[in-house]
Design a protein around this ligand. Structure first.
Ligand code: FPP
Length: 245
């Protein structure tokens, strides 16, 4: 197992869980079974993050673009989410995990939306870790939605154009109240961001691995964190400047 420095655990880890379909194909199974196996990796990853003391974990569970997949697959993904919420709520309570969600949640439909809200409400006082699920989420859509609400507030006289700053803009994003991710992990071998947290990842460290999401376990997470801990985050400054701060 990789050695990691417990004093420098990323505050916020975001994960693009890719490779369920390929995992299924590799094992001569249907795509849905790949997602089902992927849900096991979700459980394992949440557990490890909680144990390591990661304060925020955001998982890209369903993108806006995923609605374009075959109806059966979409239905299965929504069903898996329902099962996950049913099965994990007690675990979240036991482990002091607060559930949050970002995205166009209303588009998920009433039954799952209600279940999600119940889980969010039930875990609202938990303080050990925030598990944030990105559901029907798209980064550009989030930015457009924020702009729309901001313009609407400006027209209503609630804000003035000169008051629009990065800090104010943040308050209109789904992620208001969450810190930006320190580390993005993408499994499945692709090296792109796929419309995920576009505003928030301005200074995020990226880690790409060929491991398919259903195979992703504690050792892989530790490898990603160890890699992150070797990087020097300069936020646009020089190394010398960083040494002096
Ligand atoms: C990408 O794999 C993964 C998804 C589109 C969905 C992620 C969902 C899960 C991990 C399971 C359920 C989640 C929760 C929170 C219970 P892909 O299908 O694009 O894989 P491929 O690129 O190999 O085809």
């Amino acid at each position: 197992m990789k050695e990691i420095d417990p004093a420098r655990i990323p505050r916020h880890i975001a994960i693009i869980m890719d490779g369920n379909g390929r995992w299924a194909q590799k094992h001569s199974l249907g795509r849905v079974l790949g997602h089902r196996k992927g849900a096991e990796s979700v459980r394992a990853t949440v557990k490890t993050c909680r144990r390591l003391g990661v304060p925020y974990l955001t998982l890209y569970a369903f993108s806006m673009e995923n609605w374009l997949r075959p109806k059966e697959e979409v239905r299965a993904l929504i069903q898996l989410l329902r099962e996950y919420l049913d099965g994990e709520i007690q675990e979240m309570m036991d482990r002091d995990i607060r559930l949050a969600a970002i995205g166009d949640l209303d588009s998920l439909g009433d039954p799952v939306r209600t279940k999600l809200q119940e889980a969010i409400d039930k875990t609202a006082r938990n303080q050990g870790m925030v598990l944030n699920l990105a559901l029907s989420y798209g980064g550009r859509d989030e930015i457009v939605r924020a702009a729309r609400n901001l313009v609407s507030d400006a027209l209503a006289g609630i804000i003035k154009p000169e008051e629009v700053t990065k800090e104010l803009y943040r308050r209109y994003l789904y992620t208001t109240g969450l810190p930006d991710p320190d580390l993005l992990i993408r499994t499945g071998g692709e090296c792109r961001v796929s419309n995920f947290l576009l505003w928030q990842m301005a200074y995020t460290e990226f880690y790409f691995t060929d491991v398919l999401w259903p195979d992703f376990r504690e050792q892989h997470l530790l490898e990603a964190i160890a890699d992150y801990q070797q990087r020097e985050r300069r936020f646009g400054m020089t190394s010398d400047q960083l040494c002096r701060t």
